[in-house]
Unconditional design. Structure first.
Length: 251
């Protein structure tokens, strides 16, 4: 009899976790999720906050460079083709950083070392991540053109595509499909969660966007917690999570 491979056993356990979540055995406790995210956000705020600032700084720098090279009037008069090209370039530049922010928050959830500098760790996957985000953005735009609701659904259903590609090494189509299946299983909970963040994001506009630097870390930490709850960790032996932060499953 051949000895079992420890790595295979870890992978089987990981797959079992996803299977249970897809079967509806995860208890989507919105109140508990918000409380856990709030606690974790306070605990690791410096790391997540600085990571968000890096992303915001890159976006602001790109906008500044664009306006200085082309000019405000030229930007306002861009053709549809030119606008599409700029959108695609922006997607391929920013998506690896967004994936990096995702993974920083996921590492915080798993009690692993995380530094803001890790936000640039996934440019080697830039082509794959950019293509994934381009597919999602295209589907969202098509959905928004079809009475808005389909676009909003795609936006929510594709939530976990990027971390699945990076964390679980999944292909684009597989990650997108798995994300949609998982969100569909707990759609009511996701709608409520995104409803809360929609209110928070709009409320931040009343502060001229200043409150966004607080809402943004909370948003990503909450989704990272939910991701780890639903999809599990690649290796549970390297994770140290307090009892009150463990995922809750129905018996």
């Amino acid at each position: 009899m051949s000895a079992s491979n420890p790595q295979d056993n870890k992978q089987d356990g990981h797959n079992d976790h996803i299977t249970r979540s897809l079967a509806g055995q995860y208890k989507f406790d919105l109140t508990g999720l918000i409380k856990r995210a709030s606690s974790l956000c306070k605990e690791r705020f410096s790391t997540v906050f600085r990571s968000c600032l890096v992303l915001i700084a890159v976006i602001a720098s790109l906008v500044f460079i664009l306006l200085n090279i082309i000019g405000i009037e030229a930007v306002q008069n861009l053709s549809a083709m030119q606008q599409s090209v700029l959108d695609i370039v922006g997607i391929f530049v920013l998506t690896p950083l967004i994936a990096g922010l995702w993974m920083i928050c996921i590492r915080c959830v798993r009690r692993q070392a995380a530094q803001p500098s890790q936000i640039v760790s996934y440019f080697s996957l830039g082509l794959v991540l950019g293509l994934a985000q381009l597919v999602i953005s295209t589907l969202v735009q098509v959905g928004l053109a079809l009475l808005i609701l389909p676009g909003l659904y795609v936006f929510i259903a594709s939530t976990f595509t990027l971390p699945l590609i990076v964390d679980k090494k999944m292909r684009i189509a597989d990650a997108l499909i798995l994300s949609c299946k998982m969100v569909n299983q707990y759609l009511t909970g996701f709608l409520a969660l995104y409803g809360i963040f929609t209110v928070l994001f709009f409320a931040s506009l009343l502060t001229f966007g200043i409150a966004l630097i607080l809402v943004m870390p909370f948003y990503y930490v909450t989704l990272a917690l939910l991701y780890d709850d639903l999809f599990g960790s690649p290796s549970t032996t390297s994770i140290d999570i307090d009892n009150d932060q463990e995922a809750s499953f129905n018996a």
